[in-house]
Ligand binder design. Structure first.
Ligand SMILES: [Fe+2]
Ligand SMILES: [Fe+2]
Length: 291
């Protein structure tokens, strides 16, 4: 964590946390990572934390205890109705702002650090391409930025969307108006982290914090069956090869400009281990299990 008067603050954003494997991984490894990167704020997307869909009060508390300060959401934010009442009470628990009025919870928040004169705005939006047909995220961003900018120029956006093009469009739409636009939802990290010309940190998708021996976090067998059979399948969260995906952004809190963006994958993928693996595919699958 920086000194209170230093206007350069670090935000550690953690991509979609998947079920019990993802939450447990954070409980074990987030504090050491916080010790290493020393972020001022830790934000995590929590839409998949409860059995892969939705979230509950107990898991929210576990995420806070693990070191997360602010939780964002997405198309699964409303999957578990028991959280609805709590969503209205907890200012650090967000869901996409462009769901129609009348839904529980809120889509943005403004956060302070003790003794620090600077504030961080966090805005959660959701795309509409191959997604639920909710309100326009672009015009919603315009309306809410007018409010948030009264309080702070430092604004972090989690844009939860399926289509790469929609996420890129939002990045350019908000370039110079917010500090960072970080994409979530596809659960696969993209390699395009950069600072756009007007000063906005951008990443199409941060990935996921969950089991990578899976199809975007879910059991491989049932996920494959969905494609081979075409009929709906009961998805369960996979368990193996759990990793954290996220991104570190440094933001000047006076100007709101992003000065650094660094994707994080922990542990990093190692692509060379197979060169010495002489097992057949069948043997490997048997040894790794079929989940
Ligand atoms: Fe997700
Ligand atoms: Fe999602």
């Amino acid at each position: 964590m920086s000194s209170a008067s230093d206007p350069n603050k670090t935000i550690f954003f953690i991509a979609d946390v998947i079920g019990e494997p993802g939450v447990t991984f954070l409980e074990t490894f987030l504090k050491p990572l916080i010790g290493k990167y020393k972020p001022d704020w830790v934000i995590a997307n929590a839409e998949n934390t409860h059995e892969g869909r939705g979230l509950n009060h107990e898991i929210v508390q576990r995420m806070y205890d693990a070191g997360v300060h602010i939780l964002t959401g997405g198309n699964h934010s409303f999957d578990k109705w028991k959280i609805f009442g709590y969503m209205n009470e907890d200012p650090n628990l967000l869901r996409p702002a462009n769901y129609p009025d009348g839904n529980p919870g809120k889509g943005y928040g403004i956060y302070s650090l003790r003794g620090c004169p600077y504030k961080l705005g966090v805005l959660n939006l959701q795309g509409r391409t191959f997604m639920p047909d909710i309100d326009d995220p672009f015009s919603k961003a315009d309306a809410l930025l007018a409010e948030i900018k009264k309080e702070t120029p430092a604004i972090f956006v989690d844009f939860h969307a399926e289509a790469t093009a929609e996420k890129m469009a939002m990045g350019w739409y908000l370039d110079g108006r917010v500090s960072a636009v970080i994409g979530t939802h596809t659960h696969t990290p993209t390699a395009d982290a950069r600072i756009l010309p007007a000063g906005t940190g951008y990443l199409t998708d941060a990935g996921m914090t969950g089991p990578f021996q899976s199809v975007i976090g879910m059991n491989r067998k049932t996920a494959i069956r969905r494609f081979t059979h075409g009929a709906p399948q009961r998805f369960t969260v996979a368990t193996k090869d759990v990793r954290l995906c996220g991104v570190l952004t440094k933001i000047n809190m006076i100007t709101g400009v992003c000065t650094s963006i660094q994707p994080i994958i922990y542990p990093e993928f190692v692509t060379s281990t197979r060169t010495t693996d002489t097992r057949t595919t069948d043997t490997r699958n048997k040894e790794n299990g079929t989940e």
